[in-house]
Design a binder for this molecule. Sequence first.
Ligand SMILES: Nc1ncnc2c1ncn2[C@@H]1O[C@H](COP(=O)(O)OP(=O)(O)O)[C@@H](O)[C@H]1O
Ligand SMILES: [Mg+2]
Length: 106
Amino acid sequence: MVNKNEQQANLPWVEKYRPNTLDDLVSHEDIVKTITKFIKEDQVPHLLLYGPPGTGKTSTILACAKMLYTPAQFSSMVLEMNASDDRGIGNCQGANINIREHQDHI
Ligand SMILES: Nc1ncnc2c1ncn2[C@@H]1O[C@H](COP(=O)(O)OP(=O)(O)O)[C@@H](O)[C@H]1O
Ligand SMILES: [Mg+2]
């Protein structure tokens, strides 16, 4: 069985060095400040982050999810879909059913 250190060592750098918290993100100060306020006030609206690849959209939202959910909740509350691979209607319908049960942050 592969232990946690080996798993970490074998991660692609994009995951290994992904910022873990909103404070670790470089730049985007206004966005980070606004999102932190939303989380502190427990008023997170639906968000659409846009921008060129590799600018921190996924990292931002994963850092938010880590603030909102415990590690135990994380896998059931966070669904990561990659539009490059998973864009068939089947993927969307399946995701919709699971997420609708929670009606939380989509
Ligand atoms: N603003 C940022 N601050 C720190 N690291 C970043 C930032 N944007 C991107 N990165 C680095 O680039 C990698 C890919 O970023 P990612 O959040 O997946 O980009 P996007 O979702 O916008 O395509 C991250 O793992 C991280 O190492
Ligand atoms: Mg992304």
